[in-house]
Design a protein around this ligand. Structure first.
Ligand SMILES: CC(C)(COP(=O)(O)OP(=O)(O)OC[C@H]1O[C@@H](n2cnc3c(N)ncnc32)[C@H](O)[C@@H]1OP(=O)(O)O)[C@@H](O)C(=O)NCCC(=O)NCCS
Length: 172
């Protein structure tokens, strides 16, 4: 297996189309519009014998922890081609991703399978979550967020408050 890390601006259209198709099959949901929302993303792709088998991306996103801004790498579109699932590819992609984002203050994501990420060192946020809108800070109590501590992550209390800037689509 071969892993590459590719900023969106350097991504060939054919590979972008392959990523959309892979995510669409893995999530069983049309992913073109979803992926298009993630401006300034960096993609982590895994190939097996030249075939795209797994993907994740991160976007830069400032999160506010107890009032302090943290430069976060916010992870999205973690997906493995269905017939290649359960062989460690997404785990390898996420480990490579974690090694590539050490300049950030923290990594974060919204998990659909928390146990998968917990095994890789991600921790569930225990405290209040909220979104910053033009009407102020609005709680998002039904959301689930996990964080990954990075070398530059300051001491964190997982019971603190974490606020994300508003964005279209899924807030977290
Ligand atoms: C979630 C997802 C990305 C995982 O991808 P994957 O490549 O199958 O992930 P891995 O193989 O690294 O790990 C998956 C499981 O297989 C197990 N596994 C890993 N390598 C294995 C191997 N060689 N043999 C057997 N099992 C293995 C892992 O223990 C893991 O088990 P767990 O989920 O109980 O912790 C994939 O299932 C997917 O694309 N799902 C649909 C899209 C989605 O929901 N993505 C977001 C998830 S929040």
């Amino acid at each position: 297996m071969q892993i590459e890390i590719i900023p969106q601006a350097s991504l060939a259209q054919a590979l972008y189309d392959d990523i959309v198709a892979l995510c669409t099959r893995a999530y069983e949901e049309e992913f073109g519009e979803i992926l298009a929302q993630f401006a300034d993303s960096t993609h982590v792709v895994a190939y097996l014998n030249g075939e795209l088998v797994s993907h994740a991306l991160w976007i830069p996103r400032t999160l506010i922890y107890n009032g302090t801004p943290l430069r976060s790498a916010y992870v999205e579109a973690v997906a493995t081609e269905p017939r290649y699932q359960g062989r460690g590819y997404a785990s390898a992609v996420l480990r490579a991703l974690a090694g590539a984002i050490t300049d950030y203050d923290i990594a974060a994501l919204s998990p659909s399978d928390p146990a998968f990420y917990a095994r890789l060192g991600w921790e569930r946020w225990r405290g209040p979550l909220a979104v910053l809108t033009d009407k102020g800070v609005v709680p998002t109590p039904d959301e689930d967020v996990m964080i990954l501590r990075l070398p530059k992550t300051p001491p964190l209390d997982l019971h603190g408050t974490l606020v994300a800037p508003w964005r279209p689509g899924e807030i977290w």
